[in-house]
Design a protein around this ligand. Structure first.
Ligand SMILES: Cc1ncc(COP(=O)(O)O)c(C=O)c1O
Length: 425
């Protein structure tokens, strides 16, 4: 099934370089199928259209209170604030615009530790977080904050008994990734929220990958802080937001930067008006499309797995079958070196894991955390489907992966010790 909206986009897709594009490393005419939507997404043409006036004639500074240019920019920012808030069941005043999820996560974690000097500086997080969280926790650890990592099961679900145990010691904040950027596992936020409430700990959620992909209501789930990014949701790069719960009492937060007082002093600096407008539009589109897009992409994702599974022996699905980001598939191919496979697949853009760490030769910490050997973790590919991914592209990609896996296996291009996967679930 291809949704009407998705079909409607196909004509403009080539104009702005959406799912099919060319690179320097392949011939200029060769089509490259984009299946790396966890790294980033193409800009939706409707988002671009909403942004264009604010890149041209509506160039005002949203903080200019003395003329119409500033008023119009401010009005556009406030409309976007409402659009972002609506997607997560929040109020506009609870949204702080930032440069992306990395900044939001840093503001949440460091800003909470700074604001709650009267409470134990103790953060509980998990072994499968994005580097933005893990590196920020390392930094806080070097400043004297206690950081506890809770493990996950073989599908990447946080061990709730371990979390409960960790929360027996007074804890300031729990930080948890909602949709995992590598294996797609969607955590049970309701259960995590209940444990946090019982223990009196604040809850921060990294929703960079899940925002607009699966329904999420901060109030219903008892979330105190939530990090978001526009470029994972067909919006522009370099813009994101942090939800900070208000109420009595609301969440206290200290800024990381000091300056002009924008965003109620929590994130000073001239606002990126076109980016914020684009983020708002991306959120309102996601709210409209969320159900049909999730159904369409999860069906395509399941088709991809079926095709791979029937054509290639000795492969393993990483992450769960259910409670998974609809656009995510992560597969290990025994006896194939993942990097060689990626290099061979010049016409299919996939990755071996997080874009931020794909330059490193270290095996994915997420795959290791769910129990994969180093060799099998190195033999894994992440497929990320998106708004314009088609059935035809999925069938082509599956065929190409099968061809290259077969070729590399025949050449003996596996990592040493990269043996048959034990779990092909
Ligand atoms: C789960 C997760 N958290 C945080 C980030 C960082 O987001 P940004 O690129 O907006 O800084 C990413 C980006 O890959 C992500 O996947």
């Amino acid at each position: 099934m291809v949704s009407g909206i998705a079909c409607g986009q196909m004509a403009s897709q080539k104009k702005i370089g959406a799912a099919v594009m060319t690179t320097e490393r392949v011939s200029r005419k060769q089509k490259v199928i984009y299946l790396d939507h966890h790294a980033t997404t193409p800009l939706d043409p409707r988002v671009l259209e909403a942004m264009l006036p604010y890149l041209t004639e509506e160039f005002g500074n949203a903080s200019s209170a003395t003329h119409v240019y500033g008023w119009r920019a401010k009005e556009a920012v406030e409309q976007a604030r409402q659009q972002v808030a609506r997607l997560i069941g929040a109020r506009g005043k609870e949204i702080v615009f930032t440069s992306g999820a990395t900044e939001s996560i840093n503001l949440a974690l460091q800003g909470i530790v700074k604001a709650y000097k009267d409470r134990p500086a103790r953060i509980v997080t998990t072994t499968i977080e994005h580097r933005a969280t893990l590196d920020c926790c390392d930094h806080l650890g070097s400043q004297g904050c206690e950081v506890v990592l809770v493990g996950v099961d073989h599908e990447g679900f946080v061990r709730l008994d371990e979390l409960e145990e960790a929360l027996k010691t007074p804890t300031l904040l729990v930080s948890i990734i909602h949709g995992n950027n590598e294996i797609g596992t969607l955590q049970d936020l309701r259960a995590v929220g209940e444990l946090c409430r019982k223990a009196g700990a604040l809850l921060h959620v990294d929703a960079a990958q899940s925002l607009g992909k699966t329904p999420l209501d901060v109030r219903e789930l008892g979330i105190d802080l939530l990090s978001m990014s526009a470029h994972k949701l067909y919006g522009p790069k370099g813009v994101g937001a942090l939800y900070v719960r208000s109420g009595s009492p609301g969440v206290r937060l200290q800024p990381l930067l000091h300056g002009g007082g924008q965003e109620r002093g929590l994130r000073p600096g001239t606002l990126n008006v076109p980016g914020i407008v684009g983020f708002g539009k991306a959120c309102s589109l996601a709210a409209e499309l969320i159900e049909q897009e999730a159904a369409r992409l999860s069906a395509l994702r399941d088709l991809l797995w079926e095709l791979l599974e029937t054509q290639i022996p000795n492969i393993r699905l990483n992450g769960p079958r259910r409670c998974r980001l609809p656009n995510n598939l992560n597969v290990s191919f025994a006896n194939v070196e993942g990097e060689s496979l990626i290099m061979a697949l010049r016409d299919v853009a996939v990755s071996s894991g997080s874009a931020c760490s794909s330059a490193k030769r270290e095996p994915s910490h997420v795959l290791r955390a769910i129990g994969l050997s180093k060799a099998l973790a190195h033999a894994s590919l992440r497929f990320g489907l998106g708004r314009w991914t088609t059935d035809e592209e999925i069938r082509y990609a599956a065929r190409r992966v099968a061809e290259e896996v077969q070729r590399l296996r025949a050449m003996g291009f596996g990592d040493e010790g990269n043996d048959a996967p034990t779990d092909t679930a």
